[in-house]
Design a protein around this ligand. Structure first.
Ligand code: NAP
Length: 484
């Protein structure tokens, strides 16, 4: 299968934080991959900015090593890498200071798309916006990309939205949630709204429940201080899991355009019932022989933050009343696996009797690893010996379907950066969506903070605390196994 590559318009992309971890692991490798496919025009420029005093060549060497580490996989033609690197420049600026802005302005061209990637800490967003504006660098047509975390709670997210609105219009602001750039997440919309097959069944009458899992095997790594302030609720649920929930539960938008899609997602957040304490389980990983505990990882023996959370949600609208959504995410679990599983109800009557096997249809949308979809269907077990039923997956792995012809499954950042250059905000979060998500999250966090709840302990390499299992067991259901 051949994937078409449509080049974007030439652009100048300024990466503030161009020497940081995100630029190294994601932004620069993604740009190189898009250059390799022919989507990034050779007349585009990428300008790295940070406080470090380095030359263009030193920045190119930094980018070269990022490409070697994160983007090669068959794209190791040194001449092409060199051509890409010649499109890179570097300007040293402290985004909170006054120096360097004239040099940046003079290195930008008037007649190409102009974009600024805010790959710096959130404390720099506001002074950076002010300076871009005051120094006449950000015009009415420029775009800015804002990384998560977008605020720490509703109040801070509102403040940030208000301040950004002083300098930029909403149509210029691209709030990134990289989960939305994943091929499978967009396929969720394609499958739902591009086929007649699923949508008639996509409701409480036919869907028993939905499970959304984002499981990681890693701990908090070097992000201990940040993570301990956030916990899994702020770090994962408020943004990534909420977005997955919205795309799964939303009504069909009238068109696949940014505001139509985002309006429908917003309605889902607004339809969420408050979560009862009994429907929520928080956990913290303990230590094992090889792995130290969450408390040691974050260097705070008294921490009450969660590295795992599982909850039952109810979307109170006509489509979903009575169908629970179960969400869980955690660190140091037994496998790295993210998926949405739509578990359909059993047929109303079995003509085969009760002893012939299970009959549940499950549509599994796998985000990682091996992006793809599985539809579990019931068939007859092959061979003689009567009518015994088994479940088998109709498997559609994107890597298999599209990868063998040399078409790689694009990284989320590749798609999102190109969408931003095209001016398409469909896969980016709107300000009111982010605020609504915080508005739903805040009372839940306040509630457990007031009660001083201590998260349940779980073993590294497990599937979370036992209490999370009970969340479903008590209702006669069970979590799907977390498996790669
Ligand atoms: P990082 O590794 O600490 O890099 C920060 C970058 O910003 C460096 O290039 C730093 O260079 C530059 N910088 C800091 N203060 C600056 C200032 N006043 N003026 C100009 N440049 C400045 O951080 P990161 O991991 O790349 O994260 C960047 C942003 O992305 C953060 O908001 C983070 O929350 C978000 N994010 C990161 C990831 C990830 O995987 N890393 C994932 C999601 C979101 P100098 O010190 O030389 O100035």
């Amino acid at each position: 299968m051949v994937s078409r590559v449509i080049p974007v318009e030439p652009f100048d992309l300024v990466i503030f934080g161009g020497t940081g971890d995100l630029a190294r692991r994601k932004v620069l490798p993604s740009l190189y991959r898009r250059f390799w496919t022919g989507q990034m025009p050779a007349s585009s420029r990428v300008i790295g900015v940070s406080r470090k005093s380095i030359t263009d060549d030193m920045f190119r060497e930094f980018a070269h090593s990022a490409i070697r580490d994160f983007a090669l996989q068959g794209r190791d033609d040194e001449a092409r890498i060199e051509t890409f690197l010649r499109q890179l420049r570097y300007v040293s600026i402290d985004a909170t200071g006054e120096a360097g802005w004239d040099e940046l302005r003079s290195s930008l061209r008037p007649d190409v798309v102009r974009a600024f990637y805010f790959s710096v800490g959130p404390d720099v967003f506001i002074p950076l916006s002010e300076h871009l504006n005051r120094h006449g660098i950000a015009g009415r047509d420029c775009r800015i990309v804002i990384e998560k975390p977008f605020g720490h709670d509703l109040e801070s997210a509102r403040d940030l939205n208000r301040t950004l609105a002083q300098f930029f219009e909403e149509r210029q602001i691209y709030r990134i949630d990289h989960y939305l750039g994943k091929e499978t997440v967009q396929n969720l919309m394609a499958v739902r709204f591009g086929n007649i097959l699923f949508e008639p069944l996509w409701n409480a009458q036919f869907v028993d429940h939905i499970q959304i899992t984002v499981a990681e095997t890693v701990g908090v790594g070097g992000r201990g201080a940040y993570y301990d302030r956030a916990g899994a609720m702020r770090d994962m649920v408020q943004n990534h899991l909420m977005q997955l929930l919205c795309l799964t539960a939303m009504e069909p938008p009238s068109r696949f355009d940014p505001d139509a899609v985002r309006d429908e997602k917003l309605k889902v957040i607004r339809a969420l019932d408050p979560v009862l304490p009994a429907d929520l389980v928080r956990g913290q990983y303990a230590c094992s022989e090889e792995i130290q505990s969450y408390l040691s990882d974050v260097g705070n023996g008294n921490s009450l933050s969660e590295s795992f959370i599982a909850m039952k949600l109810q979307v109170s609208n006509w489509r979903w009343k009575g169908t629970p959504f179960y969400l869980r995410t955690g660190k140091r679990l037994n496998a790295r696996a993210s998926e949405i599983a739509v578990v359909f109800k059993d047929p109303p009557h079995s003509i085969f009797g009760d002893e012939t096997g299970r009959r549940g249809n499950v549509l599994v949308i796998r985000l990682q690893p091996n992006e793809g979809m599985n539809m579990w269907v019931t068939i007859k077990e092959p061979g003689p010996g009567g009518m015994r039923l088994i479940e088998v997956p109709l498997d559609m792995s994107f890597a298999k379907a599209f990868g063998d012809d040399g078409v790689h499954v694009a990284d989320a950042y590749e798609r999102l950066i190109m969408d931003m250059i095209r001016g398409n905000q469909t896969l980016f979060m709107r300000g009111d969506e982010v605020e609504a998500a915080w508005g739903w999250t805040d009372p839940i966090i306040e509630n457990w903070t007031i009660r001083g709840d201590r998260p349940h302990s779980y073993s590294p390499g497990s599937s979370g605390p036992d209490e999370a299992m009970s969340l479903l067991h008590r209702e006669g259901r069970q979590w799907r196994e977390i498996a790669e």
